[in-house]
Design a protein around this ligand. Structure first.
Ligand code: URA
Length: 436
């Protein structure tokens, strides 16, 4: 068998055998397949698709291409949540301490932002000294000791995905349902979470533009997780507009802290608390109302905030910004965006996320440095009625970019008619079915 033959078979729309898939991924992992061959394979999959069975073998082969973390010998329950990528989505910063404070261990491997999307590791580095490079032993030890750890995966975890993702990123092959499902699930299954909640985004700022495609991706990921023996569910949530009111690392961390203190209620807190409640239902076998009550108790008692402090300190970070927001500074230069006319507002997540990245708040290429002080803070939200001249947002920047400013201006559109938002939480998928 040659790598060429596997690509040729997928190009001709043939269903690949388990043996072919494992052979191909083996060649990706040991570097004998070239970037050109990986690109051709990914494009063939994007155009011709894969059956669920092929996708399961692809995921499993990717998991086995690297090191698989071993589950600590304890009867505690481990949970993980993963988002397919969004703008102003700091749910992990809220969910991990809430769940850990309620006795659910969060062994969370997270990623960095790319393009218009933000990344949890970048945000956590807003706390000076915070380590995102825990070794596998440090990671497991911390989870056992304080019930949570959030770190980047080691170089040895799913190396096949690292190569494939880098090639997909530059060959317009990211937005393929089987490739996204196998990429995300391989990283989740290489860790030891008993419970997985996948937050599948749909809309303007997401890989999946329609709710239907998001449903398909969610069902596929849930079936892969379930087949691998993990209790898996997916939430399908809207990413037409930014989830929170802040975009950019320091601004998003400050917002997440306010949610943890119970000082802020918005779409970000709604989605974060709904995710916490869903995981509690799955972990404890309790109903939605009881789960929601426990989540709110964790916030109002201060237990979640205290747990966040423990996590930051355990990973070498300075937790002072939890009690002094001025320690999360914003860039000194300010550009204010005002309403061009009266109307109901539409706010594009894609445009604002891209503008923040262009100003240095995100990265265009993997490995780029980012500026934590760059950000966009929204005064008005999707669906609000605004009057001409009212301030819509403030952009904080160090490096001026007229292109980015133009993108921010264009992110806001005005309509005479009330804007009908698509549902913030479209539904949940469990065991292959959408429950609401
Ligand atoms: N996130 C991933 O980890 N992989 C993808 O393919 C898309 C989003």
């Amino acid at each position: 068998m040659r790598v060429y033959d596997v690509i040729e078979a997928k190009k001709n729309k043939r269903v690949l055998t388990e043996k072919e898939i494992r052979f191909f991924i083996g060649k990706v992992a040991d570097a004998s397949a070239t970037d050109g061959q990986i690109a051709a394979f990914c494009m063939a999959v994007l155009l011709n698709g894969m059956t669920d069975e092929e996708c399961f073998y692809l995921t499993d082969a990717m998991v086995k291409s690297g090191q698989v973390a071993s589950r600590p010998a304890t009867d505690k329950i481990f949970a993980d949540k993963h988002s397919t990528g969004g703008v102003s989505d700091s749910t992990t910063l809220i969910l991990v301490p809430v769940l850990a404070s309620l006795g659910i261990c969060c062994a969370k491997y997270s990623g960095r932002g790319l393009g218009h999307t933000g990344g949890t590791l970048d945000k956590l580095e807003s706390f000076k000294g915070f380590r995102t490079d825990l070794t596998a032993e440090e990671f497991s030890r911390q989870v056992e000791k304080i019930g949570a750890a959030v770190s980047g995966q080691t170089q040895e975890t799913v190396p096949a995905d690292k190569r494939m993702y880098a090639v997909r990123d530059v060959t317009a092959t990211i937005d393929s349902i089987p490739l996204i499902a196998s990429s995300v699930m391989s990283k989740k299954l290489a860790s030891f979470a008993d419970i997985l909640l996948l937050d599948v985004k749909y809309g303007d700022g997401a890989f999946m533009k329609t709710g239907r495609d998001a449903d398909k991706l969610a069902k596929l990921m849930v079936s892969i997780g379930t087949a691998a023996g993990r209790k898996t569910a997916a939430a399908i949530t809207c990413m037409d507009y930014p989830l929170g009111d802040c975009i950019g690392c320091n601004a998003e961390v400050a917002e997440a802290i306010r949610v943890l203190k119970g000082e802020k209620q918005n779409a970000l807190s709604k989605v974060s608390f709904a995710h916490c409640a869903k995981i509690l239902e799955m972990a404890k076998g309790i109903n939605k109302e009881e789960s929601e009550r426990l989540v709110m108790q964790s916030i109002s008692s201060g237990a979640a905030l205290k747990k966040f402090e423990e996590i930051i300190c355990a990973q070498g970070g300075d937790a002072s910004p939890l009690y002094d927001a001025s320690l999360l500074p914003m860039a000194e230069n300010i550009f204010e965006v005002t309403a061009q006319k009266d109307g109901y507002l539409t706010v594009s997540a894609l445009s604002l996320g891209s503008a923040c990245a262009m100003l240095g708040g995100g990265r265009q290429r993997e490995g780029d440095d980012i500026d934590h002080t760059v950000g966009i803070v929204l005064d008005k939200r999707q669906g609000d009625f605004v009057r001409q001249g009212e301030r819509l947002a403030t952009v904080f920047y160090n490096r001026k970019s007229e292109d980015a400013f133009e993108l921010v201006r264009k992110a806001f559109t005005f309509s005479e008619k009330k804007v009908k938002n698509r549902p913030l939480i479209r539904g949940f998928v469990e065991g292959g079915e959408r429950s609401i």
